[in-house]
Design a protein around this ligand. Sequence first.
Ligand code: F6R
Length: 241
Amino acid sequence: MKVIITKDYEEASDKMFEEMKEFLVPGKVLGLATGSSPLGLYARMVKDHKENGTSYKDIKTFNLDEYVGLPLTHPESYYAFMHTNLFDQIDIPEENTHVPSGLGEDLEGQAAHYEEMIRENPIDIQVLGIGSDGHIAFNEPGTDFNSLTHVTDLLEPTIRDNARFFDFDMDKVPHQAVTQGIATILRAKKIILIGTGENKAKAVKAMVEGPITEECPASILQKHDNTVIVVDEAAASLLSK
Ligand code: F6R
């Protein structure tokens, strides 16, 4: 894995966009994440679309995850997040965008169908953030490295971290999610991960320098042969070199 250390979040977002730029061409399949970390990247993609006319008409996207039980219209659903922060501001056709469904009777069946769609549309570049507990997508510590898209329980650190989007009320945060599995993510041809801020420093150290263990899901990225990790100085502060 290649590690790029930047001064701050803005510079990290610039680097993420540099990595992404060559994939913004017809026929590519982008794997996308939600949360605070990729917002700077998405702002740069929107700016590039508006100023340079980069078109998404023939690009497909697959998101990593979605909360269970939130209506699509809920502002914190990942479906709404993606529309607000990216899809509604570029020219991508709705049918080219995919966010796993966290609604309905047969969540596992829908997850299997989502997995199948990704198999049929292999992801060229996958954007990731990292949880303070080392999760990628919603694969929490202890998740099987062979996991595929599945329904999962969120652990307390993640619920606590995400309470900031739900009036700081942990009871309002959904306790389950549908997520791409670790094996699903590893099939992406290229992976770019952004981690910024002191809150991510421990997880970043475990990901980059720790043993490859299911206790730190992100550590498996050490085995992926085309992964770029972009971290700011605060998130890199515990790295030994
Ligand atoms: C979101 C996702 C999560 C986040 C992680 C970091 O789609 O997959 O793994 O990337 O929880 O979240 P932020 O960026 O909000 O710190």
